[in-house]
Design a protein around this ligand. Structure first.
Ligand code: 9UX
Length: 70
């Protein structure tokens, strides 16, 4: 069963930021779908709870230069 999670992402100010965060999240283990909104500063992701690790996601987002609030 997949689950939908919503996280606030800090530091996005243009659509290139949105693209970077999307690309980063797509690389995270267990992430099946990613939707990032500049308007709401949110990432809505579809994940497999068996393999997804939010700390891993936050680290990969941090490596891309943004902050994912857990
Ligand atoms: Mo846009 Mo985002 O020029 O870090 S890429 S502000």
């Amino acid at each position: 069963m997949l689950e939908e999670k919503t996280y606030t992402i800090k530091g996005m100010t243009c659509h290139h930021c949105v693209h970077s965060v999307s690309e980063a999240l797509q690389k995270v283990t267990g992430v099946k779908d990613v939707e990032v909104s500049l308007d709401t500063s949110e990432a809505i992701i579809e994940i497999d709870p068996q393999t997804f690790d939010s700390a891993e996601a936050a680290q990969i987002v941090a490596d891309a230069g943004y902050e994912m609030i857990l």
